[in-house]
Design a protein around this ligand. Structure first.
Ligand SMILES: Nc1ncnc2c1ncn2[C@@H]1O[C@H](COP(=O)(O)OP(=O)(O)OP(=O)(O)O)[C@@H](O)[C@H]1O
Length: 606
């Protein structure tokens, strides 16, 4: 990462004090995102703007009508002519009705626009995050993604819903009422305008202080959510290892940090709101004093002074709201900054522009492959060559952290090699189309992940177009049909609902049925480390043999029984392949790592 790139994507997310240049770049990025979100709604936004302008104009009529009633209507009513007073009252009632109607129409339209903007943003973020490569997800936890999709989205929603409404009202009131004040009485209006000087200074202070505070709240809430998600995801481990106390103390720290960050932010809002009100009240007091002195001197009419003070209240009320807007703006712009960062991340594993079709067959070649996870991390796989002929079952064995999963991830193209190439049937995986690759190479992971939905849906993941017959025969092939048929709703049983919970072995069988149905040329399999009960293990072993038939397979093996059905064993040590041969040959040689491992396995079974 060059110095200039230090702000790109999510890189600057945890930085508390940004330098001005980086801050400006992040703001420009947020504005660009906001622009792209609002652009499709320009016409409804223009309509909303018209409604709010009309509503503000209509609401101006009130004090003018009251002034006319006091200065003209009441004196002429005293003389017996009530028509002017009646017109004033009728006009006031009409303007009140129009005011409410326009306000309602504006707020409904504004809510629709903002909900559509949020819908778009949520959809974009979800689609984007799903496309990002594994390398992103391994460092950016799901808790952070959830925080972007929930807490950050909420604060943007709040700005769009109430903030814009208040902002427009405040700006329009300032413009319209300011003009009216000048028309009503220039000297008094100038006193009011003088109050703007301290107001602008307060606003500048508030922007800087709250901007910093709200960035902190975004980072802090993300930490709280990460802690929640990690604890809940790992609740079994948490309870098994009695980690509750430790988790609670981590949570307490994160939670307190969130409280403190929020407290700092809201304190700034409170100071700002109090200053605005104070400046407003001082202006009002001065206007009243000078106005009353002029009324007694005869140079100002009482009705004009009444209208002036009524307008003045309305002039400062929206400024109070402006403090709330500034508050939601600061919070939303911090959220927008984080979301735009995630949206700026690019997949590191990208599809070729003009992909080459993968020919049939399943020969895998590693040519001068070297791999490291990141530019600043050590080399995990030093340069090596390896060919796995089509149809061969290869078991990768070795100590934990040796590099077995890394080799497997390269075969499934979850990562691209740092140097050299991984080829399938002679084609560099970087040149293959994603869809083609996902058809030809299937990875079955330890998690044996089941999505919400029926058992049949979960098997059909391997081939979405599969008929029920095909699904059932895939299940039968791996020996899963019997237990599925015995579930409360058979193949239609919801795997997440009560009664649909599957055991570890059953989940593994469903995963095998899924792979069998997908029928890939290459199967990459991370064998579960958890040991199953013996009958369960036998069933899984038999299923495994069925799934492996007629395809190339790379297995991260943890069980002796699996290694023994492999055609070839590769012993990995510190990222290097140190032994390569059939299990029988390696055992027969008797001196190497595998022979020792084999011996240890046998002893553990004895
Ligand atoms: N996402 C990652 N970022 C950085 N380093 C990683 C990442 N994943 C793995 N490594 C490192 O790469 C090395 C090889 O890890 P790998 O997961 O391939 O080992 P393994 O042989 O599959 O281990 P196990 O049997 O425990 O699954 C280890 O040193 C590990 O710390």
């Amino acid at each position: 990462m060059t110095q200039d790139d230090s702000w790109r994507g999510v890189a600057a997310e945890e930085v508390q004090e940004l330098d001005a240049k980086v801050g400006a770049k992040l703001q420009a990025r947020s504005r660009k995102l906001l622009g792209s979100l609002v652009r499709p709604h320009l016409w409804p936004a223009a309509a909303a703007l018209t409604l709010v302008v009309l509503q503000n104009l209509v609401s101006l009529a009130g004090p003018l009508l009251i002034a006319a009633a006091i200065d003209t209507g009441i004196p002429s009513a005293l003389r017996g002519d009530t028509s002017i007073l009646a017109w004033c009252i009728g006009g006031y009632a009409l303007s009140a009705i129009a005011n409410s109607g326009l306000l309602m129409a504006f707020q409904r339209l504004a809510a629709r626009i903002s909900q559509n903007v949020l819908l778009d943003l949520r959809g974009r973020l979800f689609r984007h995050v799903q496309r990002l490569s594994l390398s992103f997800h391994e460092s950016y936890t799901s808790g952070k993604v959830i925080s972007r999709l929930t807490a950050d989205m909420d604060s943007i929603g709040k700005l769009l819903e109430d903030g814009l409404d208040n902002l427009l009202n405040a700006v329009l009131s300032l413009a319209f009422i300011g003009t009216l004040l000048l028309i009503l009485d220039v000297p008094l209006a100038l006193i009011v305008m003088a109050g703007f000087i301290p107001l602008v200074l307060t606003l500048r202070w508030f922007r800087v202080t709250s901007g910093r505070a709200y960035r902190r709240t975004r980072t802090a809430i993300a930490k709280v959510i990460v802690q929640f998600v990690e604890t809940m995801n790992g609740i079994r481990a948490v309870q098994a290892f009695r980690r509750e106390h430790r988790n609670e103390s981590i949570m307490d720290v994160d939670n307190a940090e969130y409280r403190d960050a929020n407290y700092t932010a809201t304190s700034a809002v409170a100071t700002f709101a109090a200053m605005v009100r104070f400046i407003g009240n001082v202006s009002l007091a001065i206007v009243l004093g000078i106005g009353a002195w002029r009324v007694t001197g005869g140079s100002l009419e009482l009705g004009v002074l009444t209208a002036f003070t009524l307008y003045l209240r309305r002039f400062y009320d929206p400024l109070d709201e402006l403090a709330q807007v500034a508050n939601s703006y600061a919070s939303a712009s911090a959220a927008l900054e984080k979301i735009s960062g995630v949206l700026e991340e690019e997949p590191t594993v990208v599809e070729a522009v003009k992909p080459k079709p993968l020919p049939p067959g399943g020969t895998i070649e590693f040519q001068q492959v070297e791999f490291r996870y990141g530019p600043d991390t050590p080399v995990v796989l030093p340069k090596f060559d390896l060919t796995i002929p089509a149809g061969q079952t290869v078991a990768l064995v070795g100590a934990t952290g040796a590099g077995k999963s890394t080799i497997a991830k390269l075969v499934a193209r979850f990562y691209d090699p740092t140097a050299g190439s991984v080829r399938l049937s002679g084609v560099d995986l970087r040149d293959a189309a994603d869809e083609d690759l996902r058809d030809k190479v299937v990875m079955v992971t330890q998690e044996n992940f089941l999505f919400s939905g029926s058992v049949a849906d979960n098997i059909a993941l391997g081939k979405p177009s599969a008929t029920r017959g095909e699904i059932e025969s895939a299940a039968a092939a791996v020996g899963a049909h019997e237990f599925i048929a015995a579930l409360p709703d058979g193949y239609d049983t919801d795997v997440r609902k009560r009664g649909g919970r599957l055991s570890a072995g059953q989940r593994q069988l469903v995963a095998f049925a899924r792979a069998f149905l997908a029928d890939p040329a290459v199967l990459v399999l991370d064998e579960a480390t958890s040991s199953l009960d013996v009958p369960g293990e036998r069933a899984v072993q038999a299923a495994l043999e069925t799934v492996l038939t007629d395809r190339t397979a790379v297995i991260m093996a943890h069980r002796l029984s699996t290694v023994l059905i492999a055609d070839r064993v590769l012993v990995v040590e510190g990222g290097r392949i140190v032994e390569d041969g059939s299990p029988a040959d390696l055992v027969a040689e008797g001196r190497g790592e595998f022979a020792a491992l084999h011996q240890a396995w046998l002893e553990s079974l004895a």
